[in-house]
Design a protein around this ligand. Structure first.
Ligand code: SAM
Length: 298
């Protein structure tokens, strides 16, 4: 969704652009090229991503500051932004292609590796803990909650029986075998949803998203825009809810005069889905949704 992101941020006021999930710096680089008046503050919890971003963004020199942090840890940084403040932000959520492609990171059901899935390799909780130590009920609950997987109880029971499970390939096999044959033939790899659910649990992806969005919306200057790209219904629901709450007036219905106008407006009413050519180039984009919000001029 690079072109769409660039189009949405082209009219931004000057100031700082926060890329809360800078990854390899692809979006960040395009945003800087399109907006000479912006400097970039890029965050990632994965040190390998930050190294890649530093290489990619080197030519932008001191317009770029990169920091290793989780995106819900921005409070101090938002208070210390140089004037005129936060002109825009992007949260491009979820896992990156390099994280999926390196088998040793343990994110992928296609590349055999250890059960890891940590975006931040220094955090204690890994996929191994979730798969081999969570009780069966908690496993079933998190698989259902984080991926809408209908067969969550069967999958959790199969995992509990097969323990200890050491690798992603073995986990993928146990999950696939637990799914009834007709369901196995639908909707891509049978272990895709379960891997997504375990990854969300390991990285605590959903709990921190809403508060992080609220914090950066508070910091946005008039005319500034916030963009969120989500990859599954759980995170899209959170982004939609936060954006909706910030764009409705708190004036009770029926009052002749609005007591307060909402400070924000939705830029796109419906989350944009990727187009056919984009999907052909990058099948991982199939579930991507882009939402955008703007702080109204004062
Ligand atoms: C989809 S990739 C971003 C790709 C990036 N937009 C680009 O153009 O290369 C998501 C990145 O967000 C990072 N990430 C995910 N959750 C995070 C969080 N809570 N705090 C900081 N970084 C996070 C991941 O480590 C990953 O590098």
């Amino acid at each position: 969704m690079l072109d769409e992101v660039v189009e949405l941020v082209r009219p931004l006021p000057d100031g700082t652009f926060l890329d809360a999930t800078v990854g390899g710096g692809g979006h960040a680089s395009a945003v800087l090229e399109a907006n000479p008046g912006l400097r970039l503050f890029g965050l990632d919890r994965d040190p390998a991503a930050l190294e890649a971003a530093a290489r990619r963004l080197e030519s932008h020199g001191d317009r770029v500051i990169l920091r290793r942090a989780r995106f819900d840890q921005t409070e101090q940084a938002m208070n210390e932004l140089p004037p005129p403040g936060l002109a825009g932000f992007l949260f491009d959520l979820g896992v990156s292609s390099p994280q999926l492609d390196v088998a040793d990171r343990g994110f992928s059901f296609r590349n055999d590796g250890p059960l890891d899935m940590r975006m931040d390799p220094d955090q204690p909780l890994s996929a191994d803990d979730v798969v081999n130590r969570y009780d069966q009920r908690s496993l079933a609950e998190l698989i259902r909650r984080h991926s809408d997987e209908r067969n969550a109880p069967r999958i959790a029971a199969a995992i509990a029986t097969a323990r200890p499970i050491a690798t992603t390939a073995r986990l993928a096999e146990v999950v696939a075998d637990a799914i009834p044959a007709p369901a196995r033939r639908r909707g891509g790899h049978p272990a895709r949803r379960t891997f997504q659910a375990i990854r969300i649990e390991v990285n605590d992806e959903l709990r921190i998203l809403g508060p992080a969005l609220d914090r950066v919306l508070d910091a946005l200057i008039p005319g500034g825009r916030g963009l969120v790209i989500t990859y599954h219904s759980g995170e899209d629901r959170i982004a939609k809810h936060v954006f909706r709450r910030r764009t409705v007036s708190s004036t009770p219905p029926g009052l002749p005069v609005a007591v307060d106008e909402p400070e924000f407006a939705i830029v796109r009413p419906i989350a944009r889905k990727p187009g056919a050519s984009e999907l052909a180039a990058n099948p991982r984009a199939s579930s991507a949704r882009l939402r955008a919000i703007e702080r109204r001029a004062a």
